[in-house]
Design a protein around this ligand. Structure first.
Ligand code: SF4
Length: 445
């Protein structure tokens, strides 16, 4: 603990940029901006989630969270920064209030973010925020501080911290800080614990968490009872879309360096396809057939990695005709291949599926699509990973991520193991897996 002196004057009147999000703002914001702000905040929260799941140390997490905030929550108009913060928070509340699991995730990420942002605030701003939470703690005045200074120094030494005369202390009823008392981390006198500013952070953060937790339950009630219907032509479609939005690059167009031909496809599948696509590819080669979900997942992936329509038709025909004959392929299946390339029906140029979309599918018996990390049994997944060259400690790490339902991280660890390279962005899209693999394996192309 640092030890304190309380009366230090700084830029006391500077208002804090950190909101405690007590009320939804009364602002006029364009729907487009609402969506963009929410996506930017989601990038921050997902980055934090990624860092926590990877077991980053607290100091690494703090640096990463601050950097994520700085990069994503910018605004060309500095006066709009606070609005962007508040609007994005309240929009994501709507998105993440809708199930227990979503609420738990959002609560945990927002609380982590708040903790790091609170620590960046000046002592004056921190005290203003404490006042907003209506925490009735007063900083020790000079006389009070002097009367207990020796004890405070003793306690701080006993917990391995060097005394610092700038530390601010607060008198807090001891029953409000049971953990600090139980761990003998505070000096106690007449029913009060003398809590240093850095220890106050955890009290403030726990108030933030508790308020947000209650608010999410209330928001959910309001959303399901009235708001969703009231907003069905305005906010509801945005909220629904944000719940499953993919935040990475667009893979709808093949990338130059990934143009592939039929003669290379087996070798590419072996070296650069993620497990979900290898599995589909191998089943297709073995059974000469895939059901609709598998054809869509693999077909759009292949389109994204650079298989043109002509080659795609030749590829699917060569397999399916072994099972159903060429005539039936041309009659029943060629249409859907052309459809994926926007040459039939509504002529939509369909986009390859992201991990999030694949992970959330529910394959049934006879289907081979989906994400193996989520949909395979443990034994089957271990066997598939072993075939890719994952073993030993790496296998244990991957399986641990799977047990904790961090499927994309499990895929990222697999990628890192078989490519012997790190993938700091994490895997968010099968086509990203492919593109990064090609970059590593064919750096000159
Ligand atoms: S995490 Fe994504 S890329 Fe990896 S196997 Fe699952 S869906 Fe495929």
């Amino acid at each position: 603990m640092e030890i304190i002196r309380s009366q230090k004057k700084t830029t006391a009147e500077a208002p804090s940029n950190l909101s405690i999000y007590r009320c939804a703002p009364n602002l006029e914001v364009r729907l487009d901006d609402i969506e963009l702000y929410a996506i930017d905040r989601l990038r921050v929260l997902k980055g934090i989630s990624n860092g926590l799941s990877r077991g980053k140390r607290p100091d690494e997490m703090e640096t990463m969270a601050n950097e994520l905030w700085r990069t994503n929550m910018r605004h060309p108009d500095a006066t709009q920064l606070i609005n962007k913060d508040v609007v994005s928070h309240f929009v994501l509340r709507l998105v993440y209030c809708r199930t227990d699991e979503l609420r738990k995730w959002f609560l945990s990420m927002e609380t982590t973010l708040f903790r790091y942002r609170f620590r960046l605030e000046t002592p004056e701003s921190q005290r203003m925020l404490m006042a907003e939470f209506q925490l009735p703690y007063k900083a020790l005045n000079y006389a009070e501080y002097e009367s207990v200074k020796d004890k405070l120094v003793q306690v701080s030494r006993s917990i391995g911290q060097s005394p610092n005369v700038d530390t601010i202390f607060f008198k807090v009823p001891f029953e409000e800080v049971p953990e600090l008392v139980a761990n003998r981390r505070v000096f106690l006198l007449k029913g009060n614990a003398y809590v240093a500013m850095n220890q106050v952070t955890s009290i403030v953060v726990s108030h933030f968490r508790s308020n947000l937790s209650k608010a999410l339950v209330l928001t959910n009630r309001k959303w399901t009872s009235t708001l969703r219907e009231q907003e069905k032509d305005r906010l509801s479609p945005i909220v629904e879309a944000l719940g499953s939005c993919y935040l990475g690059p667009d893979y709808s167009q093949p990338m130059e360096f990934t143009d592939i031909s039929l003669k290379d496809i087996d070798q590419l599948a072996n070296t650069s396809f993620p497990l979900c696509m290898r599995h589909l590819f191998n089943r297709l080669r073995e059974d000469h057939h895939l059901k609709h979900g598998g054809r869509m997942q693999l077909g759009l992936f292949l389109k994204g990695v650079g298989l043109n329509l002509e080659n795609a038709l030749a590829f699917w025909r060569a397999e399916f005709s072994q099972k159903v004959g060429s005539e039936r392929f041309d009659k029943e299946y060629a249409y859907s291949v052309r459809h994926n390339y926007g040459k039939e029906g509504k002529r939509t140029d369909y986009t390859p599926y992201s991990c999030q979309k694949i992970i959330s599918t529910t394959p049934t018996v006879g289907d081979y699509h989906g994400c193996p990390y989520r949909h395979f049994s443990e034994d089957y997944l271990r066997a598939a990973l072993a075939k890719m060259g994952v073993g030993g400690r790496a296998m244990d790490d991957v399986m641990e991520k799977v047990r904790n339902r961090h499927y994309q991280l499990a895929c990222t660890l697999t990628f890192e193991t078989i490519h012997a390279a790190s993938c700091d962005t994490g895997i968010n899209h099968p086509n990203q897996y492919f593109a990064q693999s090609r970059k590593l394996l064919e750096p000159k192309s």
